[in-house]
Design a binder for this molecule. Structure first.
Ligand SMILES: [Zn+2]
Length: 110
């Protein structure tokens, strides 16, 4: 990808503007534990300037938790979905079961 298409493409460049990007690039190259003068917006723990600008103002733990949830968390939310789908299908299954038991079907079959 050429540099030009990068700046055209990303919302990154659109929302920040060239001057902001320059400012941000300074902290991008800072170490993750450098300039620890900020606080995580979620848990309030000390974070670096790098985390403030590049990790959505969160400590690594909160940032990872928010953007890359553990499989367990994904599974949990899926369970709720699965339950909903099961409840929905339950009615359909009962209908289908009743349909199977109807004489109409039996007549066709025999
Ligand atoms: Zn945190």
């Amino acid at each position: 990808m050429s540099e030009e298409s990068f700046w055209k493409k990303g919302s990154f460049a659109e929302t920040l503007g060239p001057q902001d990007v320059k400012e941000r690039m300074k902290t991008f190259h800072k170490k993750y534990d450098e300039d620890m003068s900020f606080n995580c917006k979620k848990c309030g723990t000390k974070i670096s300037a790098h985390n403030k600008d590049w990790h959505a103002c969160m400590c690594d733990e909160c940032f990872n938790g928010e953007h890359f949830p553990e499989e367990a968390q994904i599974f949990e939310t899926n369970l709720e979905e699965i339950e909903k789908i099961c409840k929905r299908n339950e009615k359909e299954n009962i209908k289908f079961y009743k349909f199977l038991k109807t004489d109409e079907l039996n007549q066709k079959r025999y």
